[in-house]
Ligand binder design. Structure first.
Ligand code: FES
Length: 483
């Protein structure tokens, strides 16, 4: 795939880099503009979102070939702890070993296939609940209560089959493909950029997941551009540089988008929003740094209230202090107060902006020093018309004191709102606005009169790249099948 520098027409307003130039701290090199891709203008068939044959190929040639995070290391801290990870109809037991390493086994009894482990927890032995065959937590065969009737098992390797496991940043990744390249082949350069954020020393402060009535790509795409803000999330536009966003394709597998917080959307240029208006909009958004990955309960409301002498007094800002500067300073202080770390020299962008890195095909990690949001999108079993979205929030382990325990996942059903989970605070209503679109997209795709969807050249470049890679993997996989 070509990597030529591509200067598509950008929104005529200032760029994200222009906004950074006014910031108050040194800008790290890795936040500077990266490469883009010229991926053409061709439409994508709508059938890629619902056709069972396409979905079957996607499962076979994409999902069973890519690295995917299954859990956090902190979910299985002790020997014998297990996590059950499921995707595209496959179930895995992710198991902490006595030597601290991690293995993953197909969650299927070698007798007649019953799942060996039904739920996450602690298992020193995987004993099948059907006829009692058992394996040690390292996958070695332990016991067969009906040994007398299975001469065919004698002398055979009855260990549980394993899948590949690698770790990064406290995440446990699995890959069904024994021939897959190492995880780092896919994570670079994200892993280099994230060194400074030390994700291994963050803990899971929130984890909410939800089944959504749309194809997994429809859902992923809703979080891969920010120009839907003005229509879908109009309450955010007064403090979000949506169309100023920067989009980069750092490799085939790692893309990113940077969106500034604390500046007004250029789409509202005719409204004459001032800095106080921006702060008021942040306050009204409900106390969550919805655009930049913060989710602290005190949030923006408290921060903006600090701009007043009393709660009822008019907000004021000192001469020369912008809303963005003010929000950054208050956030630096509140983060430091919460975890004891010093944020005085951290760049403005890494304090309040939306710095979303995506790893093909389905993971998104928010960079920066504030609580980091992590997304994961995947099919709901083998149904092309529904999917599962996970939202986790990682917080920095406090400088002093013990490491906080991670939360456990709160799974929402089809009919439950994100807002019903207190863990993600004011992010909930924003996600609900996204969710209103998604089933309508899935239905609309099936009603298409042209048979194709289109992506914009710059802002939706990352979405097009995802589709290109899926098509490429399917084509290569099918060619091998045909050999
Ligand atoms: Fe597991 Fe029979 S299916 S022991």
């Amino acid at each position: 795939m070509g990597n030529a520098e591509f200067r598509a027409d950008r929104h005529p307003s200032e760029s994200y880099e222009d906004i950074l130039e006014r910031d108050t701290r040194t800008i790290p090199d890795h936040l500077r503009q990266g490469p883009t891709r010229n991926l053409g203008e061709e439409g994508i068939p709508v059938t890629n979102y619902f056709d069972p044959t396409f979905f079957h190929k996607e499962v076979r040639h994409v999902w069973l070939k890519v690295w995917q995070w299954a859990c956090r290391e902190e979910d299985i801290p002790n020997a014998g702890d297990v996590f059950v990870y499921e995707n595209v109809g496959k179930s895995l037991i992710v198991s902490r070993q006595k030597d601290g390493s991690i293995k993953a086994f197909y969650n299927s009894c070698l007798h007649r296939g019953r799942k060996l482990v039904d739920e996450c927890g602690h298992r020193s032995t995987f004993r099948c609940k059907y006829h009692g065959l058992a394996w040690d937590s390292d996958g070695s065969f332990k016991h067969n209560p009906i040994k007398w009737d299975f001469p065919q098992f004698e002398g055979k390797d009855m260990s549980l089959p394993e899948v590949r496991v690698e770790t990064w940043g406290g995440f446990v990744f699995i890959n069904f493909d024994p021939a897959a390249k190492p995880l780092m082949h896919y994570l670079k350069p994200l892993a280099d950029h994230f060194d400074r954020y030390d994700f291994a020393n963050r803990y899971k402060a929130a984890h909410v997941s939800k089944i959504v009535p749309c194809n997994w790509k429809v859902m992923a795409e809703a979080f891969m551009e920010s120009h839907h803000t003005i229509v879908t999330h109009p309450q955010l536009a007064p403090f979000l540089g949506d169309v100023n966003s920067q989009y980069d394709a750092l490799s085939d597998y790692v893309t990113r988008q940077f969106t500034a917080t604390g500046v007004v959307s250029p789409t509202l240029a005719d409204r004459n929003f001032g800095d106080i208006d921006i702060l008021k909009a942040m306050e009204a958004a409900g106390g969550s740094h919805v655009s930049g990955g913060h989710s602290d309960k005190d949030g923006v409301s408290k921060k903006v209230n600090n701009a007043r002498d009393t709660p009822d007094a008019p907000m004021t800002l000192e001469q020369g202090v912008t809303a963005r500067m003010y929000a950054c300073e208050v956030t630096r202080k509140s983060l430091g107060d919460e975890d004891g770390w010093d944020y005085s020299q951290v760049s403005d962008a890494e304090i309040i902006d939306a710095l979303l890195y995506n790893v093909f095909p389905h993971m998104s990690f928010w960079a920066g020093y504030a609580p980091n949001v992590v997304y994961r999108w995947r099919p709901n079993g083998l149904d092309p018309d529904t999917s599962i979205m996970d939202v986790i929030i990682l917080k920095r382990v406090p400088k002093q004191g013990p490491r906080p325990k991670p939360v456990t996942e709160h799974r929402l059903g089809l009919g439950e709102d994100w807002s019903s989970s207190p863990m993600i605070g004011a992010l909930g209503p924003v996600f609900e606005q996204d969710m209103e679109n998604l089933p309508e997209v899935q239905t609309g795709l099936k009603s298409s009169g042209t048979g194709v969807v289109h992506f914009s050249l710059y802002s939706e470049m990352r979405i097009r790249l995802m589709h290109k890679l899926i098509a490429q993997m399917i084509a290569e996989g099918e060619a091998k099948v045909g050999v």
